[in-house]
Write a protein that binds this ligand. Structure first.
Ligand code: 2AM
Length: 171
C-alpha cells in the first residue's frame, strides 16, 4: 500500500504587478517552445521538497512558522537557460539575505528528517520548458522585486499551483 504524498516547494510568489512585469519581459523571448509556463504559475523556487508524506505537512508548516529572516530585493536582470533541465528563465544574482533564507529553510526541513535533494540556489523564474538548445537572449530591462514574504506551494498535475501558506519576512 502506498502512502499519500504531496509535491511541495517553498517559493517567492509574485504579486499582480510583479507578475505583469515578468510577463512583459517574457514577451521579449516569445515562442521559445510550446511549453510556456502559464501566467498564473510563474514563481521563483527557494527550496524544492518534492513528494513528501502527506502526514508530515503540519510539521513542515510549523517549522516554517519558526523562520525569522529579513526581506530582501531580488534584481532579475538576465535571461538564461539550464542545459540539464532545458528551461529558459529570467533570473539574477542571489542576495546574501536570500541565501540565508534558503539555508534556514533547508536546515529546518532537514531537521524534520525529510528526504530531499537541495540544489544550489540560482534565483530564476522558469518561463519556458523543453527548450532544446541555448537560445540567443536579449538583455531584459532589470526588474527589482522586493520580497517581503515567502510561500509553500503544492503542485498537483494539470492544476494551477496552490499557495498553502504565506509567511512574512521580518526580523
Ligand atoms: P525549475 O523551474 O527550474 O524547473 C516546481 O516544479 C518548481 O520546483 C519549479 O520551479 C522547478 O524548478 C523546481 N524544481 C523541480 N524539481 C526540482 C529539483 N529536483 N530541485 C530543485 N528545484 C526543483
Amino acid at each position: 500500500e502506498q502512502k499519500p504524498t504531496r509535491r511541495l516547494f517553498f517559493a517567492c510568489w509574485p504579486d499582480p504587478s510583479v507578475r505583469r512585469s515578468i510577463i512583459q519581459r517574457r514577451r521579449l523571448i516569445d515562442g521559445l517552445s510550446d511549453r510556456r509556463v502559464p501566467d498564473h504559475n510563474l514563481h521563483l523556487t527557494l527550496l524544492f521538497l518534492g513528494n513528501q508524506p502527506a502526514d508530515r505537512l503540519p510539521e513542515i508548516l510549523a517549522a516554517a512558522d519558526r523562520v525569522r529572516a529579513p526581506g530582501f530585493e531580488l534584481k532579475l536582470d538576465r535571461f538564461g537557460w539550464f542545459a540539464g533541465a532545458r528551461v529558459a528563465w529570467l533570473g539574477g544574482p542571489a542576495p546574501d539575505a536570500a541565501r540565508a533564507l534558503v539555508a534556514w529553510l533547508g536546515a529546518a526541513m532537514a531537521e524534520l528528517g525529510l528526504g530531499f535533494q537541495p540544489r544550489e540556489f540560482h534565483p530564476h523564474i522558469t518561463l519556458y520548458r523543453r527548450v532544446a538548445r541555448r537560445p540567443e537572449f536579449p538583455e531584459p530591462p532589470a526588474l527589482d522585486w522586493p520580497i517581503a514574504e515567502f510561500v509553500l506551494i503544492e503542485s498537483i498535475p494539470s492544476r494551477p499551483y496552490q499557495v498553502l501558506r504565506t509567511w512574512p519576512l521580518t526580523v
